[in-house]
Design a protein around this ligand. Sequence first.
Ligand code: GLN
Length: 477
Amino acid sequence: MAFFNKPISDIVAEIQSGQKSCTEIVDSALNKISEKNGEINAIITVEETKAKERAATLDALTNDDKMAKPLLGIPIALKDNICTQDLPTTCASNILKDFEPPYNASVVDFLENAGAVIVGKSNLDEFAMGSSTESSAFGVTKNPKDFDYIPGGSSGGSAAAVAHDLVPLALGSDTGGSIRQPCAHCGVAGLKPTYGRVSRYGLVAYASSLDQIGPIGSDIRDLGVMLEVVSQPDERDSTKNASPFVNDPSLYSGEVSGLTIGVPKEYFAEGLSDPVRKSIELVKEQLIEAGVTLVDVSLPNIQYAIATYYIIATAEASSNLARYDGVKYGYRSEEHASLLDMYKNSRNQGFGAEVKRRIILGTYVLSSGYYDAYYQKAAKVRTLITQDFAQAFGQCDALIAPVAPSPAFKLGEICDDPLQMYLTDIYTVSANLAGIPGISVPCGQAGALPIGVQFMAPHWREDTLLQLGYAVQAHQC
Ligand code: GLN
């Protein structure tokens, strides 16, 4: 617990009872951002004027109206690929650097209706493509625990903002690990919900069949509050399941006895660093002490997860990013003699290197002659991976796994080696391929650098993840 040193529901209760005001809380976040954001570059747009106005409006509500708002006065940072009306939404790309959407993402409306106050937009890898927040057009974000290290990515700005106490809560998006991995590297908690749990309306698409918005916070209980708010029904996203998450307070008793946790052997094989392995071993011991049964399980097709993910994600990205052509919105190059030149120059000057690499890869795997060999095969392997999980969940309630192979690496250490960077996603991408939920919970340290443990559960069982996450958190305190 950091920003408040207590769960946000306690703060909301204090505001509701008149002990604190929304203005006071929002001002404290804005002050922290102005004092400390320069050290890490987590927030790339600060929303000061509107945030103060909103706080004053919330303070003027009647008591009854205040009581109906579970996030009353809570300052929130949003990953900058989540559309905010009349407020820049850049995706950390030059191609969208001046883009102010004419509408809010559904999750933004849900948050604001619940009383939350958006104070800033947080940094990310360009278009959420990356694992280190180094590919942003607005500069790197630094790990708050050691400024020489990456915060993880692509939601590195959101995770770092929470870890550096700039805001108590943030939203990220997770296509292949981008909520869980930066949370692990920054020492905060993050949840990737089941695909379809949270509306993607207004989330700038990277890979639509994998993308999911989710909460980041320093207390597991706060994730449940935020998930309930953002998972409301939304007919503007046809993949959104009708049922919101119900945040049952009994999940946070610390009680986990009777649960069975699967230990997938493929996640603990070669390549896992010692500090991460040791921290997770400790969590396993604590769970056994708490009455959990551990069983060995196997996910035989997981070995193909990275290859499968990078085919499907790039294929979808190349298609989704075709819309940035300099015509309708976003950057338009001034240098052009023809329409074709205008498209080419706008895209060439607007996109960064990693985004271009993925567009080229994705276009290749979808091209005639290669579609069957790559895209279609990847789609079939995706089904096999999903079946592996279903089979494993026949024997257990959740799986335990690392989030990342090692603690955070140094800024600049592997950013010139895309393959190496892709391999760091090895433990996270499978949950997205299968559409299942995953949570990252702080569980240890290597020097100053945090380590996280991951739990994955069957579709729609975020409750099990929060229950387990809280038990781990309670043990760390
Ligand atoms: N690191 C992965 C990628 O670059 C995941 C990104 C994400 O989840 N947005 O695709």
